[in-house]
Design a protein around this ligand. Structure first.
Ligand code: SAM
Length: 417
C-alpha cells in the first residue's frame, strides 16, 4: 500500500471537521477512505472503531453516508468525537449565536480568584490577561442553549494550545519554553468560525446517517454481537504514551481534574495500559499472572512474550529511570487480547478488523507488536492475519542519546473474522 495514499495524522490539521481538535494520536482521515474503498460494505452496513479517539473514522464514515459506532474511554475525547459527528444543527441559529456569543464576552475580564485556583500547569501556559479571557469564554458557555454548547466548547478546547505562551506541542507541554502568545478572543473567534463553516459544508448524505460515540471500554463494548461489517482503528501503541497525562492542559482547564491523582482515578485507570505511568511495581512478577488471557488463547505468543518480559525486568536495573517496561508490556498484551476478542464478537462472519499499529523496542528490546497481536487474533478465532508495512517511524527521537537504535515501523494488521 503506497504510503502517500493513507497519510499521517498531520493531514487532519487542515481537513474540515477533523481540524477542530488536533489530537496527534491518530491516523489520517485518508486511511479511513482507503479502508472503505478496499473493504466494501453491504448496503446499510456499519463500521466500528473500538479506540475511536476524536472520531476520525466516524467523521469519514458519516461523510460517505455509512453508519458507524465508536468506543472511546476518555470522557473528554469521547465528547469531542460526539460533537464532531453532530451535524444535524440549525446552521442559521448557530451562526447568529456565534456572533452574539463573541460580542457578549467582557472586554476586560477580571483576573480574579478563579484564575488562581487553576492548576499551576495551566497558569504557567498563559499571561494572566489571556487566561482571564479564556476563563471568561469558559464561563460564558453556560449561557448557551444545550444543543449548541458542545460546538462552542470544542472550539475552546481547540484554542487552548494555539493561544498559549508556552510550547504546547504534542506530546509534551513545556511551560519553560516560551513562544509568542496569541490573543485568546481572536484565536477562539477563528476556531469557532471554522467550526461553523465546516458544519455548513458537510455532505448532505451524512446529515441523517447514524454515527454513535459511546464513552465505554473497548474490552467490553456495549454493542450487540454480530452487527458490524468492518472494524477500523488505531489502538494505543506500546510506546509509553500516556493519553490521560497528555490531555492534562485540557482536562485541568475545564475543571475535569485538579491533580495527578484525579487524572489517574478519572481517566488513566480506564485506559488500555500503554505507559509505565499506568502500572505499579507492587503488581509483582507479571508474566503468567498478568497475561492470563494471552496464555489461554495463544500459549506460544505468551511464552515468547514472557521471555521478553523477563529480559525487560532484568535490563531495567541497568538503565536510566528503571522504568517498569516489563509490567507495561505484559499488561498491554493482556488488555489488547481482551479488546481484540471483544471486537471479534461484534463482527459479522467474514468481516475484517483493520488496525494501524506501530511496533516498539523499550530499552532496546524489540517487541513485534503487530505480529503478536495478529497471532493472538487467530487464537481468538479470526481466520487469518496479514501485515502490510506502512512506514518507518521513530526518526524524531534519533538524536536522543537515551534512545535505542532498533528500526521501528508502522503497519496495517488485517484480521478476517
Ligand atoms: C491512537 S488513539 C486513536 C485516535 C483516533 N484514531 C482519532 O481519530 O483521534 C487511541 C485512543 O484509544 C483510547 N483508549 C485507550 N484505552 C481505551 C479503552 N480501554 N477503551 C476505549 N478507548 C480507549 C485513548 O483514549 C485514545 O484516544
Amino acid at each position: 500500500m503506497p504510503d502517500g495514499e493513507v497519510g499521517t495524522f498531520k493531514d487532519n490539521k487542515s481537513a474540515p471537521i477533523h481540524r477542530w481538535f488536533q489530537y496527534p494520536a491518530g491516523f489520517s482521515y485518508r486511511a479511513v477512505v482507503h479502508a472503505l474503498d478496499r473493504f466494501p460494505l453491504p448496503p446499510g452496513g456499519a463500521v466500528y472503531d473500538p479506540f475511536a479517539g476524536t472520531g476520525t473514522t466516524l467523521v469519514v464514515c458519516k461523510g460517505r453516508g455509512v453508519r458507524s459506532v465508536g468506543v472511546e474511554a476518555h470522557p473528554l475525547v469521547a465528547r469531542i468525537a460526539r460533537t464532531k459527528v453532530a451535524w444535524e444543527v440549525d446552521l442559521k441559529a448557530l451562526r447568529s449565536e456565534a456572533e452574539r456569543f463573541l460580542r457578549s464576552l467582557p472586554a476586560r475580564p477580571p483576573a480574579g480568584r478563579s484564575l488562581d485556583r487553576l492548576p499551576e500547569l495551566v497558569r504557567k501556559c498563559y499571561s494572566r490577561d489571556n487566561l482571564a479571557r479564556l476563563l471568561a469564554i469558559r464561563e460564558h458557555l453556560g449561557t448557551l442553549p444545550a444543543p449548541m454548547h458542545d460546538v462552542f466548547e470544542v472550539a475552546l478546547v481547540g484554542t487552548l494550545r494555539s493561544a498559549s505562551a508556552a510550547a504546547t506541542g504534542w506530546p509534551y507541554i513545556a511551560p519553560r519554553k516560551r513562544i509568542q502568545e496569541r490573543e485568546a478572543y481572536r484565536t477562539y473567534g477563528e476556531a469557532l468560525h471554522r467550526c461553523v463553516e465546516d458544519l455548513g459544508s458537510t455532505p448532505p448524505e451524512g446529515r441523517s446517517v447514524e454515527a454513535r460515540v459511546l464513552e465505554a471500554d473497548a474490552r467490553d463494548p456495549p454493542i450487540r454481537p454480530g452487527t458490524v461489517d468492518l472494524a477500523f482503528t488505531s489502538p494505543p501503541y506500546l510506546n509509553n504514551y500516556d493519553y490521560a497525562d497528555r490531555l492534562r492542559l485540557e482536562t485541568y482547564f475545564l475543571g475535569m481534574a485538579q491533580n495527578w491523582a484525579e487524572i489517574s482515578e478519572r481517566f488513566r485507570s480506564r485506559l488500555v495500559v500503554s505507559a509505565t505511568t499506568q502500572v505499579q511495581r507492587q503488581d509483582g512478577p507479571p508474566e503468567e499472572r498478568v497475561m492470563r488471557a494471552v496464555h489461554r488463547v495463544a500459549p506460544e505468543v505468551a511464552a515468547e512474550l514472557a521471555e521478553k518480559v523477563r529480559t525487560l525486568s532484568e535490563v531495567r536495573h541497568h538503565r536510566r529511570g528503571k522504568k517498569n517496561y516489563d509490567l507495561m508490556v505484559a499488561r498491554y498484551f493482556e488488555d489488547m487480547t481482551r479488546a481484540i476478542g471483544a471486537t471479534r464478537r461484534v463482527l459479522r462472519p467474514g468481516a475484517h478488523f483493520v488496525l494501524i499499529l506501530g511496533d516498539s523496542a523499550p530499552y532496546g528490546v524489540p517487541i513485534p507488536t503487530e505480529e503478536y497481536l495478529g497471532r493472538i487474533g487467530v487464537g481468538l478465532g479470526f481466520r487469518h492475519y496479514t501485515l502490510e508495512p506502512l512506514r518507518a517511524r521513530g526518526g524524531k527521537w534519533r538524536s536522543n542519546p537515551q534512545r535505542h537504535h532498533v528500526p521501528l515501523k508502522e503497519s496495517w494488521l488485517i484480521l478476517e473474522a
